[in-house]
Design a protein around this ligand. Structure first.
Ligand SMILES: [Zn+2]
Ligand SMILES: [Zn+2]
Length: 346
């Protein structure tokens, strides 16, 4: 066992506070990572505040982790001490089912092991990246290519793969018209990745306040969804719409912007069920789909892609004692575009 410092939420209503947690001893297939940076994902806030109803306290959030390998187990072959590495949303899965064998561990029907607020295969509760160190099986540890800075790379481990996976799955590329709904932590990375894939990219944001940023990140067009004219102007336009907005949207109006055979992919988790008129789907043979992060092989592919294209998240680096303030700012959409915590301050 290794005692390490961390930040944990101890109750739904309380702040995150400094604490000490135990990490397991490094097993034969394990990697001990000295964490350098941890991104703040909206899921961290939902979990810390028990907004999804399944939080077990105390909980140490954080699943956008980058760092350096400090120690490896005797059987580890894929990583060496000193390597730059990352950990995303899950740290284990059954590894036997069809999903796991296909490298789509996030869809493991036997249950993947979440990086935090979950129970590992050793029966112990998992604790995330708001911490100085973490021990993870080598298969679930990603390599961070040299071209990526560790701080700007951290959000790629959740936000980046959440956007890359559907773009790759639905074949984003030259000739495709893609809309990214929402210009936040997820959306801004989606704009960069979709543009680098060669697609024509349109941002659908509530207002035009981030338009300059959107165009700088690679968007070809930028529309305000608060303007009703937007939906008329864009009727039947897109092959793919990626919805990163977790607040309720008028799904029928968004579907109306899909071209023939177009697909709208849900990436956020709205609190309420989605309602859709059948007319919106049968016209233009439209599809409504969902997508959840990405498997380990595709996450590595995404990191390599981002390194080749010079893509990192736009971040605001903060010390650990600003986490609670940062949570409030995330809820108020007052961040451009992702908070990343300096792990030296845990
Ligand atoms: Zn996340
Ligand atoms: Zn499985």
């Amino acid at each position: 066992m290794i005692d390490v410092s961390a930040y944990a939420a101890n109750s739904a209503g309380g702040p995150l506070e400094k604490t000490t947690i135990e990490r397991r001893a490094v097993g034969p297939h394990d990697v001990l990572i000295e964490i350098k940076y941890a991104g703040i994902c909206h899921s961290d806030i939902h979990t810390a505040r028990n907004e999804w109803g399944h939080t077990v306290y105390p909980v140490v959030p954080g699943h956008e982790i980058t760092g350096v390998v400090a120690e490896i187990g005797s059987e580890v072959t894929g990583h060496a001490v000193g390597d730059r590495v990352g950990v995303g949303c899950f740290v284990d899965s059954c590894r036997k089912c069809a999903s796991c064998e296909a490298g789509e561990e996030q869809y493991c029907p036997n249950g993947y092991v979440g990086t935090y607020n979950n129970v590992g295969r050793d029966g112990k509760r998992t604790a995330g990246g708001y911490s100085t160190h973490i021990v993870v099986d080598e298969y679930f540890v990603l390599s961070i290519p040299d071209g990526l800075e560790l701080d700007a790379a951290a959000p790629l481990l959740c936000a980046g793969i959440t956007l890359y996976s559907p773009l790759a799955h639905w074949g984003a590329g030259p000739g495709q018209k893609i809309a990214i709904a929402g210009m936040g932590g997820l959306g801004h990375i989606g704009v960069k990745i979709a543009h680098a894939m060669g697609a024509e990219v349109t941002v659908l944001s509530q207002t035009l306040s981030k338009k300059d940023d959107g165009l700088r990140f690679g968007a070809d067009q930028y529309y305000a969804t608060s303007d009703k004219e937007t939906f008329r102007a864009l009727r039947g336009r897109f092959d793919l719409i990626l919805n990163t907005v977790s607040a309720p949207i008028d799904m029928d109006r968004y579907l109306s912007m899909l071209a023939m055979n177009g697909t709208l992919v849900e990436l956020g988790l709205p609190e309420n069920p989605i309602t859709v008129s059948g007319f919106s789907l049968i016209r233009n043979r439209r599809s409504l789909a969902g997508s959840f992060v990405g498997g380990i092989p595709q996450t590595q592919e995404m990191l390599n892609f981002c390194a080749r294209h010079g893509i990192g998240a736009e971040i605001e680096l903060i010390p650990a004692d600003k986490i609670n303030e940062a949570y409030e700012r995330v809820i108020g959409s007052d961040v451009r575009y992702r908070f990343v915590i300096d792990a030296a301050t845990f």
